[in-house]
Design a protein around this ligand. Structure first.
Ligand code: NAD
Ligand code: UDP
Length: 358
């Protein structure tokens, strides 16, 4: 029964980022060993320091780019990884429109380099950060994993391109086990208030914008459109607490471990291939509903104005979360109030994110 005492080691690319830091904590709590690999292009050492403080041990951190095959090879040569959770990527939709080559190079090129090195070192278990953006403007709601995929911007195309690459890889060689987790709208922060989302500039996304209005850094929220065919005319999204999302990654790894375990001779040992899974709550919340919930929890006024729709936005998007429940035994537990409370705690404890607070 030695296996029970041996921790599987996981390489976490992009582990210094928003979702990566929360997932590192969840992985430690679940008994995994973690090595973080990040070029800090959209994150900071302080985030890693805080993760180390929260878990009570120094996290192993390599500051490097996933496009640097030589460094990656050294890392794979010096560790025995069970698998990789691959968060590293650029994620700003607007920037991807103005810098498409950067996005394809980083998100697609970087993933190819990572996969090549994984193949060389025979590490063939991967959990990839995909996105609900691959569904484009969905024909049916809730969105299930069989829905058609289409994207309208280079960021989304880069996620879709990686999904196609993973599918082809699984077809070419059935020893690969590749899970693409399609996140809906991750929000919230660690319940300690020590780690959270730290956008570089003025936030593009709704929740960090609301919280910066609440804390007084921004004057008022612009709500992009109040004439959508939704409950109150504003956009509807499936907001999911980042802690639930992090647990979804642990569940995906547990699933891969069961499916690839040589001691388990049941049906579970069949190859996983390429497996896309939604991570969402299954519930839609409108922009206005989120604003009111945040205001309630924080007891702050959130001034807002209605403006034109934002180009490229869709009316409604929420997940069917059945596949994650059936296959991974995972479902989101935390409420919209929890998401607002934890975002507010992080924002008010760290009004300037990681940079200005010791
Ligand atoms: P984030 O920017 O906070 O984290 C990404 C991390 O990857 C950062 O720490 C960044 O420094 C690192 N990175 C980027 N390019 C790299 C490279 N070439 N080499 C090494 N490190 C690199 O973003 P996040 O919100 O934590 O998102 C994580 C992943 O999930 C991304 O792939 C993103 O596209 C995807 N995703 C995010 C959302 C969301 O709303 N946050 C939704 C769907 C999918
Ligand atoms: N939104 C808004 N004002 C903002 C940012 C976002 O009204 O400052 C709306 C946006 O139009 C969408 C929802 O909030 O209906 C979620 O937007 P976000 O950018 O957070 O996520 P995504 O568009 O990727 O789902």
């Amino acid at each position: 029964m030695l296996e029970n005492f041996m921790k599987s080691k996981i390489l976490v690319t992009g582990g210094a980022g928003y979702i990566g830091t929360h997932t590192c904590i969840a992985l430690y709590e679940a008994g995994y060993d973690v090595v973080v690999y990040d070029n800090l292009s959209n994150s900071s050492r302080e985030a890693i320091n805080r993760v180390s403080t929260l878990i009570g041990q120094t996290i192993e951190f390599i500051e490097s780019d996933i496009r640097d095959a030589e460094v990656l090879k050294q890392v794979f040569a010096s560790h025995e990884f069970f698998g990789v959770i691959h968060f590293a990527g650029l994620k700003a939709v607007g920037e991807s429109v103005s810098k498409p080559l950067l996005y394809y190079n980083n998100n697609v090129g970087g993933t190819i380099t990572l996969l090549e090195v994984m193949a060389e070192y025979n590490v063939k278990n991967l959990v990839f950060s995909s996105s609900a953006t691959v569904y484009g403007d969905p024909e049916n709601l809730p969105i299930n994993e069989g829905s058609p995929r289409s994207c309208t911007n280079p960021y989304g195309q880069s996620k879709l391109a990686v999904e196609y690459i993973l599918e082809d890889l699984a077809i070419s060689d059935n020893s690969w086990n590749l899970i693409a987790l399609r996140y809906f709208n991750p929000v919230g922060a660690h319940s300690s208030g020590q780690i959270g989302e730290d956008p570089n500039d003025i936030p593009n996304n709704l929740m960090p914008y609301i919280s910066q209005v609440a804390v007084g850094k921004l004057d008022k929220l612009s709500i992009f459109g109040n004439d959508y065919p939704t409950v109150d005319g504003t956009g509807v999204r499936d907001f999911i607490h980042v802690t639930d999302l992090a647990q979804g990654h642990v569940a995906a790894l547990n699933y891969l471990e069961q499916r690839t375990s040589s001691i388990n001779h049941s049906d579970m040992t069949k190859p996983v291939g390429f497996l896309p899974i939604n991570l969402g709550t299954g519930k839609g919340t409108s922009v206005l509903e989120l604003v009111f919930a945040f205001s309630d929890v924080s007891r702050q006024a959130i001034p807002y104005q209605f403006t034109d729709r934002r180009a490229g936005d869709i009316a409604s998007c929420y997940a069917s979360a059945d596949k994650a429940k059936t296959l991974l035994g995972w479902q989101a537990e935390l409420s919209i109030a929890d998401m607002c409370r934890d975002t507010w705690r992080w924002q008010s404890m760290n009004p300037n994110g990681y940079t200005k607070v010791v």
